[in-house]
Design a protein around this ligand. Structure first.
Ligand SMILES: NC(=O)c1ccc[n+]([C@@H]2O[C@H](COP(=O)([O-])OP(=O)(O)OC[C@H]3O[C@@H](n4cnc5c(N)ncnc54)[C@H](OP(=O)(O)O)[C@@H]3O)[C@@H](O)[C@H]2O)c1
Length: 288
């Protein structure tokens, strides 16, 4: 069974584009409506919005006790933007050291006003990672109850397996860019490695940031949408959820109407010819 009991995760990185969500009261109302609709999984990275979104999210959660209970949060850590580098260097860098992760986790829990997050993701593979130390730290976060599960993002199989070899807890998931327009991981073995290791794939940018609606691919999405009486965006998510291992899309729109449409379109499975027709439209050549 998928770790996510919702049709998709809602990524919060585009919050700045929605004026109505930039007040804590507005955001609390919006979050509460999503939770009521069963869209209770959210993805957040403290580096989004220059670091201000975490505080905003925390103030919103603080207004409604049900939110902290019912929201499921995926939080990506391990990247320190230049402006948050307190070393005097002002360098954007990765920090997956136990001390760095402890600082980041403590900070995010405090800002959000919650005792626990559902999923902690290491946002990028860190060449300076001491896997034994990082693996112990991640296991300890789970053991002390502050994190329910741990995963990675943008890792290669050798990178997550190296980390896994130093951990007691199985890595639960990997977040990676995946859409009909951005599909190489399906052909280079990475997607199959995730399945082999029992990890859920969280497919971020499943609409390629909105660009999949253009050109031949956009036309084909429209044709299939009419055929199945769903939206073109619903077809694009169905292209993903038709895959073995069933990735969970991490969508970026925060528009209520679009989210409701995506939720009502969920559950469609494409036939093989439909799936390959979309692939062909995206790549502009037939499979060999
Ligand atoms: N791990 C990583 O490295 C990483 C990288 C990138 C993203 N992410 C995560 O993935 C999330 C989603 O990424 P994304 O924003 O690129 O996702 P996306 O769902 O591929 O793209 C969202 C964009 O598509 C637009 N769009 C146009 N037509 C749409 C339609 N009919 N239905 C829905 N959206 C439509 C939206 O516009 P409107 O906003 O105007 O609706 C929005 O600008 C992020 O918020 C973040 O949480 C993670």
């Amino acid at each position: 069974m998928s770790m996510v009991d919702a049709p998709f995760v809602i990524g919060l990185s585009r919050l700045h584009r929605y004026d109505a969500l930039l007040s804590s009261a507005g955001l609390a109302r919006w979050l509460s409506s999503r939770v009521d609709e069963g869209l209770h999984w959210f993805d957040h990275a403290p580096i989004d919005g220059g670091g201000e979104f975490t505080d905003l999210l925390g103030r919103a959660i603080g207004l409604d006790a049900d939110l902290a209970r019912n929201m499921r949060l995926v939080v990506r850590l391990g990247v320190i933007p230049a402006l948050q580098d307190s070393s005097g260097m002002g360098t954007k860098h990765y920090d997956t050291s136990p001390e760095g992760l402890e600082r980041s986790l403590t900070g995010v829990l405090k800002a959000l006003g919650v005792e626990r997050i559902d999923t902690l993701l290491l946002m990028r593979p860190d060449p300076l990672m001491d896997v034994a130390a990082t693996g112990r730290a991640l296991d300890a976060f789970i053991a002390d109850g502050r994190v329910k599960r741990v995963g990675v993002a943008n890792f290669l199989p050798a990178q997550w397996r190296h980390l896994q070899s130093a951990m007691q807890t199985p890595l639960a998931c990997q977040q990676l860019p995946l859409s009909v327009a951005h599909n190489t991981v399906l052909f280079d073995g990475l997607w199959q490695s995730l399945q082999q290791d029992g990890m859920t794939g969280l497919a971020c940018s499943p609409l390629w940031g909105g660009r999949i609606f253009e050109n031949q691919l956009g036309q084909m999405l429209g044709d299939l949408a009419r055929r199945h009486n769903v939206s073109p965006a619903g077809v694009a998510l169905a292209w993903l959820t038709t895959l073995p291992g069933r990735p969970v899309p991490v969508v970026g729109t925060l528009r209520e109407k679009r989210l409701r449409t995506l939720a009502s379109d969920a559950g469609l499975t494409l036939s093989r010819p439909e799936w390959f027709a979309l692939l062909e439209a995206a790549r502009a050549f037939r499979v060999p």
